[in-house]
Design a protein around this ligand. Structure first.
Ligand code: SF4
Length: 479
């Protein structure tokens, strides 16, 4: 265990995340209690805050304690240097532990900073590597170009959550329930969604709708009839004619049929996802995705035959038992299909995932991810004519890397950028979803969450709509 003793509770989460990034497998405890006399202690650190000096293990750093962001940066730099000395390790993102590194570079670019200004700032303030600064700059310039076409302040986007999947993947931490348990209540669920759609359409009638994203879970877990009902309701309540993008995360190939693809094609859906995660059968079996690699090829072929011109594929690096050769094989198979977007995730071990709480069962499996794995994806993306257009990070990511969205020109997922950079209000409908109310051109973001339990969501739908009405009135002044 690594024990960090503070003289008062402050910046605990930032300290925890940074220490974990150096020691992902070690237990880290942060407390104002004295360091325990524990033989199992790997080491301890002591942090003392006062008005004008911060002390880390006796080393003094001048601070202005009333300036929180600056104090946080100085504290993280001091901890980073100490841990770097202990381990000899450098972290690719330096002291950055938040999920949106591009917010920094995009914000600076929007204010007129040059690339060298951004580089110097990220290097000095966060010790970010040149490679990750270059990636941030590339992504931010693309985002800046795409966002300049969008009226954030007078527009909004809609997210609709379908919290059902054919089965639960080993690494899943999303709001997802096996569809088999809910087949008799799907109409009730869509009834509740309809109430939210009616409320949203009425409340936002003076705003323009930029994008719609139907995600989950797996929206194509719905049978064709319920999918048709859902998409017809979307057409009824929203003006889909002027949308810049309408995405359905079809997701798992075992949920997709020709009939469901045809249903989507009959509505103004512009972008779909067919997510293999891996093209290795042994891994699909291990992670609980009960389909064959051939199914991925087949449903992708159906989607192309029906005329879908913007198809995303999601991959995960660091899946249990996967070698770097397995990753290279996956990319070679993906290249044969030539999708329009490729989203590469680094496996993030979440608390609620079976892979975490049942970890003894998987401890013999290699869990490997590195910059080399990321580079295999980057090279494949380049060969497919793609460039990175959005990125984000998560807690407990394998190798402390990032998730990157690549796209061929003109097929970038705008919703992904809007949600990640928090530039526009997102009205989120459905169980386990969260609205983001954005004001001051992205400077203020508030959230309003729906409950995560499907039955409670249906039972308490009116109450949740009232909460949204209140937030729209108070936070956005839209009502
Ligand atoms: S498809 Fe996604 S949401 Fe569904 S179980 Fe797998 S990880 Fe969870």
């Amino acid at each position: 265990m690594i024990y960090i003793q503070l003289n008062e509770d402050n910046f605990e989460y930032d300290i925890y995340s940074l220490v974990k990034a150096f020691y992902p497998k070690e237990e880290v405890k942060i407390s104002t209690e004295p360091v325990p006399a524990d033989a199992g202690l790997l080491f301890s650190m002591q942090v003392n805050y006062s008005d004008d000096v911060l002390t880390l293990d006796g080393r003094k750093i001048d601070i202005d304690y009333s300036n929180r962001p600056d104090t946080k940066n100085r504290l993280k730099l001091a901890i980073y240097e100490s841990l770097h000395e202990r381990t000899g390790k450098d972290l690719p993102w330096g002291t950055l532990t938040g999920i949106r590194p591009t917010k920094i570079s995009l914000g600076m670019i929007e204010e007129g900073a040059s690339d060298s200004d951004v580089t110097a700032y990220m290097r000095q303030t966060y010790l970010t590597s040149q490679e990750k600064i270059d990636l941030s700059l590339q992504v931010s310039h693309k985002e800046h170009e795409l966002l300049s076409r969008i009226d954030y302040d007078n527009g909004y986007s809609v997210y609709i959550g379908i919290p059902f999947c054919p089965s639960t993947c080993l690494y899943c931490s999303f709001t997802s329930y096996p569809i088999g348990l809910w087949t008799k209540k799907l109409d009730d669920y869509i009834d509740a969604l309809e109430k939210e759609m009616a409320f949203t359409a009425e409340s936002c009638k003076d705003k323009s709708l930029t994008t719609i994203y139907i995600g989950g879970g797996t929206p194509t877990s719905l049978d064709a009839e319920h999918l048709e009902r859902l998409l017809t309701l979307v057409d009824t309540y929203f003006n889909t004619a002027d949308l810049l993008e309408y995405t359905i995360e079809a997701g798992r190939p075992d949920s997709i049929t020709l009939e469901k693809l045809q249903v989507m094609k009959n509505h103004p859906v512009t972008r779909i996802s067919i997510n293999p995660q891996t093209m290795n059968q042994k891994t699909l079996d291990l992670i609980g995705r009960f389909h064959k690699v051939e199914d991925i090829h087949r449903v992708f072929g159906w989607a192309r035959d029906l005329g879908f011109k913007n198809i995303n594929m999601d991959l995960i690096l660091g899946l249990p038992g996967e070698t770097i050769e397995d990753v290279a094989y996956t990319l070679s198979e993906v290249e044969k299909l030539a999708p329009d977007n490729l989203t590469v995730h680094s496996l993030a071990l979440k608390h609620s995932a079976r892979l975490n709480y049942d970890k003894e069962a998987y401890e013999d499996y290699l869990i490997d991810n590195s910059q080399k794995h990321m580079d295999i994806c980057l090279d494949a993306a380049k060969r497919m004519g793609m460039a990175p257009y959005y990125l984000y990070r998560q807690k407990n990511m394998a190798a402390n890397l990032e998730n990157i969205g690549y796209s061929t020109p003109g097929n970038e997922g705008l919703y992904n950028i809007l949600i990640m950079e928090e530039k526009q209000t997102i009205m989120a409908l459905g169980c386990g979803t969260a609205c983001k109310f954005v004001t001051d051109h992205g400077k203020t973001v508030t959230r309003c969450e729906n409950v995560k339990d499907v039955q409670l969501y249906m039972d308490r739908i009116d109450e949740m709509i009232e909460r949204k009405r209140e937030r729209l009135r108070e936070d956005l002044k839209w009502l």
